[in-house]
Design a protein around this ligand. Structure first.
Ligand code: SAH
Length: 255
């Protein structure tokens, strides 16, 4: 059986370097869980290394042609291949125990994948994989950086994030237009924030939506109830605040 023809609309860029594939598979710790879900396995370049580990491997792939390829080449996966869209997958029904997410992710939906993971953080202790380099950097970015934003703060509130390594365009078929970056997210021990978590999300989003304004102006639409507590932050801009600063600031608004 021939190789899968790369389809642009599915963000298909097949990794063609076994060392890189092995390194991505190895970036998972395989500690607090027994199951792993790989998003977008394609022809299984990463899957083959995941299968050598102790965890039970599930894959979800939207592309029919790739699914046929996987069924033919990976009998070990047998009934662990889910055909469909990860964004529509009912994770709570399929996974009753904690699992890790991994992938050379489809770059066109990377933020959506991460926001969905965040919604299910109680059962996802770890995430590792490859993103467009700029996205990987933004997720791992620290306060004061130009690319520090909503997704950095919301993910870093619950996960410790490491940027692991950069991957060049030329190891993919077809090569993407941008470099890629591999990151690892390990959930923090404390899974709850010391403030109202819905309000935290609203404060972070509202603050960054007008990121050039001071927080006093950017957050006008939310009712301030503790001016004194908020005072140290109000003359700053969103990108200057750490996760802990945002938690403190959230405590000064009305829930
Ligand atoms: N892991 C493979 C393929 C990476 S390309 C490799 O490294 O070679 C991204 C893969 O994600 C493609 O196989 C594509 O079909 C798949 N994909 C794209 N959108 C998806 C979605 N919404 N749900 C599941 N898989 C998806």
């Amino acid at each position: 059986m021939g190789k899968v023809r790369a389809k642009k609309h599915l963000g298909q860029h097949f990794l063609n370097d076994l060392n890189v594939a092995q390194k991505i598979a190895d970036s998972l710790h395989h500690q607090a869980y027994k199951q792993v879900l790989e998003i977008g396995p394609g022809m299984g370049v990463l899957t083959q290394f995941l299968l050598q580990k102790d965890s039970e491997v599930f894959v979800i792939e939207i592309d029919k042609e790739s699914v046929v390829y996987l069924k033919t080449h990976f009998p070990l996966l047998n009934n662990h291949i889910i055909e469909g869209d990860f964004l529509k997958l009912p994770l709570n029904e399929i996974f009753k125990e904690p699992f890790a997410l991994i992938g050379n992710f489809p770059y066109n939906i990377s933020s959506q994948i991460l926001f969905k993971a965040l919604e299910h953080k109680e059962i996802i202790p770890e995430i590792a994989g490859m993103f467009q380099k700029e996205v990987a950097e933004r997720i791992a970015s620290q306060p004061g950086n130009k690319n520090y934003g909503i997704i950095s703060v919301l993910l870093q509130a619950y996960y410790n994030i490491e940027y692991l390594f950069t991957v060049n365009e030329d190891v993919f078929i077809p090569p993407p237009k941008v470099k890629s970056g591999v990151i690892r997210l390990i959930r923090k021990e404390n899974q709850t924030l010391d403030c109202d978590e819905k309000l935290f999300k609203r404060v972070v989003k509202t603050a960054f939506n007008q990121r050039r304004k001071t927080l006093r102006n950017a957050l006008k639409s939310i009712t301030l109830v503790d001016e004194k507590k908020a005072e140290p932050y109000l003359s700053l801009r969103a990108e200057q605040l750490s996760v802990d600063d945002f938690i403190q600031l959230t405590q000064s608004f009305e829930v």
